[in-house]
Design a protein. Structure first.
Length: 213
């Protein structure tokens, strides 16, 4: 599957890929280990369209596109990329449970799991039944990252564009309240929440956005 991303990454970055964003998101989730059915359901797209997108790697090579001009805002980092980085940062197995009941490869708290499950899946994946299912853990992580991004967008007047990826990692680790109380400021996070600052900085490095403060 990595061939698919390698072949299309320029088109994904330039928004010229002949698939919807939802299809691209579903394909990336499949590349992260989810089944096609689960990825399609999570993004509300037909399974057949995801399968067709995955089959494009068997077609003739895509001709190079013209280089895109530099833009003032950083290119957004996809949810799947951030989830992969979080999995590396947490460094836990799907059956690991921490002292606060933070569970699995995403180290998600039961209350957070249930909230995301209710918001996005109408309670379909209860923590009690699916907490050790790696595919569902990653799926919950994808939706939680999406939720964090939407929350940040609702407070976009409070932070700079260059800090978005940093704040996604910081919120995942430190929680909404701590980030709000830190005024969405990396300087204040560094002072008041040094472990969260280190986590977010390492996350940025993992997704190719070296963070310097």
């Amino acid at each position: 599957m990595n061939n698919w991303y390698t072949k299309h990454k320029q088109l994904i970055a330039s928004n010229k890929l002949p698939f919807s964003n939802a299809i691209v998101a579903a394909v990336m989730m499949v590349m992260n280990g989810l089944t096609i059915e689960v990825a399609a359901e999570a993004n509300n797209v037909p399974v057949k369209q995801v399968e067709e997108a995955l089959q494009t790697e068997k077609q003739k090579p895509i001709e190079p596109i013209e280089p895109v001009k530099p833009i003032s805002k950083p290119i957004p980092v996809g949810n799947s990329t951030i989830v992969n980085a979080i999995i590396k940062l947490e460094n836990a197995s799907e059956t690991f449970v921490g002292p606060a009941q933070d569970t699995g490869v995403m180290q998600m708290l039961p209350a957070t799991w249930e909230e995301i499950n209710n918001i996005y899946f109408n309670g379909k994946y209860p923590y009690s039944k699916y907490r050790f299912n790696r595919q569902i853990q990653v799926l919950m992580g994808e939706k939680f990252v999406q939720h964090i991004k939407q929350w940040l967008q609702s407070h976009e007047e409070m932070w700079d564009d260059k800090d978005e990826v940093f704040l996604v990692f910081a919120t995942y680790n430190g929680g909404f309240g701590n980030i709000t109380n830190s005024a969405f400021s990396p300087d204040i996070i560094k002072k008041n929440l040094p472990r969260t600052f280190s986590y977010a900085k390492r996350g940025c490095n993992l997704v190719g956005q070296d963070y310097v403060l």
